[in-house]
Design a protein. Sequence first.
Length: 317
Amino acid sequence: MTTSEVSVTYMGQTYPMTLGSDGYWSVSVQAPMETSGSNTAGVGPGVGSAAEGKGYYAVTITATDEYGNSTTIDVTDSQFGEALKLKVKETAKPVASITSPGDSAHLTTAKPTITFTITDTGSGVNPNAIFIQIDSSAAVALTSAQVSMNADGSVATCTYIPTSALAEGNHTIKVYGSDYDGNVSDTVQVTFSVDTVKPTLSLTTPTEGQKFNVADITVSGTTNDATSSPVTVTVKVNNTSYTPAVSGGSFSQAVKLSNGANTITVTATDASGLETTITRTVYYSTAAPTFIEVTATPNPSTVGATIAIKVKVTDED
């Protein structure tokens, strides 16, 4: 007997096979455009409907001889079944995105909460293959407690807090992840600074309790922050605020006093939002003393005698 025809049934289509000179029947078919989810038993956001719940696309082959007798094999065949389970992997990379901190951010904690996402709409994100690297240290895999998956497995929301406090200054974090078909996302990174130290602030003038007989005075001093420059300075006198320029760490601001006690508040704020404040009270008055009584006793006096001069003075301020 001679085999007269062989056909392949695949994805709802039947394809006739051609007998070659080598004695093999063959046909070329196109792989599906969707992953089969072979590593997740056919579960995933982009698994093809024909592979859902299986992890493969099923193939059936039928051979018919010249008498019309036929034999059919499929995925249940004990000898050839595995070869008829076509497993298809996607080639699209997952996408990594860092949510926080933002690039060039200034953070006031040495153990910041780092959040990022890995997205894959094909085979789905593999939560066991998500990594983070801080500076030049080795990349570490996130644990299951640090990864939250959405319902269909297409998005992993990741939260990571460094186990050790980061040093003051600049740091770079890099993240990446894989899908279940083994594709690895591009690495994304951000650079930020850690600043837990408030800026320095020193007032040169005025001094605490200083008294003035002119309303126009100068508030001056110095400020600096080694990690989060530049530093901005705000000078507030009573209810009036000023923002002097800071040059080389020094600042100077002309202000106007009101009669009586004046509260001067100077605040230095670094790029991380940390503040240092100095408050001083100074006084301003132009009221001169008033004589209300003057006596000289005795007056007149004798030559060489002692004369007692007494005055009484008041100052309303």
